[in-house]
Design a protein around this ligand. Structure first.
Ligand code: PA5
Length: 434
């Protein structure tokens, strides 16, 4: 059972579905895929900057991010992050997962769609707040953030004047080119660069994610340190000792045996946006040329009351990866209540008085896992001893490494997304975009 510091990957619940012999047979292929990443000989070799988290955002760059964050923390209480896909999901995922560690201005997310109601509501809700805007787009031409920036620029210019607005907008974009860079330079906005060799969905530990997270008051050095340490664990040559490789191998074996949907089942509501980030990372990286697993998510225990029936009893073509954090708050214990004499008022839970809610959640997780395995659902498990920046940094690198190996095992280039061009072309045509 591979462990890294605070994260354990356990595949016991999938043993009957992904037998040791099938995993052994894959070991050489996994090693080959991993080697081709290290030697930069795989498809998409010019997109591997994320592989070395320290180099993707070195200490000097992090210091510049912290300086910029301090400026923002000093004069705003609402920080609007404009971006879509890989340009916002990572920051949102980490911010939500580490709620208890953040102390800065509130982060808001814009440019994640074209819904007029949501845009109007946010513009109205922030009317009386001290606002700054961070526009994030690697290409600089993505429709949704480009339109959102127009609204937020106008909002800031009305509120603070043109020069005041310019001091309150920061752009994170391509280091050399693109419409957003040109716009930022012309308007005098501060600019941070997305490294050339890091694609959107792998960019959370670059200025794309780290700037908003630093504004929120999170320890960005600890995030990067966690990822760097996980990188070492994920270079371990033996399949069974390497958390990311072992996870990728299980996914591959299960997929080949007809389990074509993976549900990331989180027993922690704060991980809901991490599930969204994971869905993009795996869906966009693997879903090519008719290949790849469908990445779905369930947030437990809420979704036991909606998807639980399907998971337990529906088509047997899915598997689950459980994600559970052991300590999410200082022990919250169930209060003792006095029941009326009427025996019908007794809900049978009196014995739980004084037990911690985290411990009860862990028992629910164990019960659900046993029921789902018995129902024919292979279950993988990722346990986080706690939710802190170092652990979350480690988890990010774990998933990035796993999807890279997974995509290569499938024979696709996990660092491109050729499929998204089709809809973009159609929408651009309808909008008369040049
Ligand atoms: O992973 C990706 O590359 C995409 O999801 C992009 O992040 C997303 O399409 C936004 O692109 P951009 O940052 O160029 O606006």
């Amino acid at each position: 059972m591979p462990r890294w510091e605070t994260i354990v990957f356990d595949a016991a619940g999938a043993a009957d579905f992904a037998p040791a012999s099938a995993l052994d047979a894959l070991e050489a292929d996994v090693a080959r895929a991993a080697r081709s990443l290290e030697t930069r000989e795989c498809p998409g070799a010019d997109r591997l900057g994320w592989l070395d988290p320290e180099a993707a955002c070195p200490a000097a760059e992090r210091a510049a991010i912290r300086e910029e964050a301090e400026r923002a923390r000093a004069d705003c209480d609402a920080y609007v992050v404009i971006g879509i896909g890989g340009s916002y999901l990572g920051a949102r995922a980490v911010r939500e997962a580490l709620r208890g560690h953040a102390d800065g201005p509130e982060l808001f997310f814009a440019g994640t769609g074209l819904h007029a109601g949501a845009t109007a509501r946010l513009l109205r809700d922030l009317r009386d707040r001290d606002v700054r805007v961070c526009a994030i787009s690697k290409s600089g031409t993505t429709l949704e953030p480009a339109l959102a920036l127009r609204f937020w620029r106008e909002f800031l210019e009305r509120k603070y004047g043109r020069a005041g607005a310019a001091r309150r907008i920061t752009a994170v974009t391509d280091a050399h080119r693109g419409a957003l860079r040109a716009l930022a330079v012309a308007a005098g906005w501060r600019v941070f660069a997305v490294p050339d060799d890091v694609g959107g969905r792998f960019s959370v530990l670059t200025p794309v994610g780290l700037l908003p997270l630093a504004v929120a008051g999170l320890d960005i050095d600890a995030l990067v340190a966690g990822a760097t340490s996980m990188r070492q664990a994920c270079r371990e040559p033996r399949l069974r000792d390497n958390p990311a490789h072992f996870y990728a191998a299980h996914r591959h074996v299960l997929g080949a045996r007809g389990f074509r949907t993976e549900i990331l089942s989180a027993f922690c509501e704060d991980l809901r946006w991490l599930q969204e980030w994971w869905k993009q990372l795996f869906g966009e990286s693997e879903g090519q040329r008719g290949r790849g697993l469908f990445p779905a998510a369930a947030t437990m225990t809420a979704d036991l009351h909606s998807l639980g029936q399907y998971i337990q009893d529906g088509p047997r073509d899915l598997f689950e990866t459980f994600l559970c954090a052991r300590e999410t708050a200082p022990a919250l214990r169930v209060p003792a209540v006095e029941f009326p004499a009427d025996p019908e008022a007794d809900d049978g839970l009196g014995a739980l008085a004084g037990r911690s809610l985290d411990a009860i959640n862990a028992l629910a997780w164990e019960g659900v896992r046993q029921a789902h395995v018995a129902g024919g659902v292979p279950c993988l498990e990722l346990t986080l001893d706690r939710l802190d920046p170092r652990t979350v940094g480690g988890l990010i690198h774990f998933f990035e490494k796993a999807v890279a190996v997974s995509g290569l095992l499938l024979g696709v280039n996990p660092f491109e997304q050729p499929g998204v061009e089709a809809y973009k072309r159609e929408v651009s045509r309808l909008l008369g975009r040049r």
